[in-house]
Ligand binder design. Sequence first.
Ligand code: ADP
Ligand code: MG
Length: 228
Amino acid sequence: MNIIEIKNLKTTYNGHTAIKDITFNISQGEYVCLVGENGSGKSTLLKTIIGLNKKDSGEIIKHIEPDKISYLAQNNLVDINFPATAKEIIMTGIQRHGKLPFYKKEDHIRFNEICKLLNIEEIVNRQIGELSGGQRQRVMLARALIRNPELLILDEPCSGLDINITKEFYKILNRLNKETGLTILMATHDLDEIENENARVICIATSVKFDGTMEDGLKMFQNDVERK
Ligand code: ADP
Ligand code: MG
């Protein structure tokens, strides 16, 4: 079952075409890696899908409710001086805007489940600024997951993190995908670290250049590297 269909999508910035002719579907439970060089349009595509950027033309048909989509922006966007604990930040992912109480009992239960799953129980009462990059990124993942999304969209979640932290992070995503059926769409440069043979790779350079299996995607990149 498709949860999202993208047809001939085009987005521009002041006349500059960032993406065009983008067509693909994502079905429930898929793990899709969006790859492409810097400036190829990955962030623009993700932001257009979630409505942060306005499309010029094309269609985005969502077969799930908007509140079932969670988005995790690039990790360097977190201001580490923001005066809040990890818990406070995670809970903003579920806040019932305009309604009191902000949180219900089941939200706290869900909070505990997520912290256990991501192994962050020990750090949730610390200030976000005191945490390491890898811990902070797990906190941001917890924030994205706390409202039980069906589709998780991530934009280069591990840029700037060291390789072991990166591998740990991708292991968590694999588990979520395999054990809970969470659908994942992620911009990444780390195909080698993802270790998910079922993943699908979509490569873009303004438009789609490749759409296939992880195995073929890895081969394509190996060839690319050898040619350079
Ligand atoms: P990627 O995430 O793959 O690095 P982006 O989606 O950020 O690519 O960028 C795609 C193209 O759009 C690039 O040419 C980039 O310079 C341009 N671009 C991205 N964001 C903006 C913006 N806010 N204003 C103008 N141009 C932008
Ligand atoms: Mg980007």
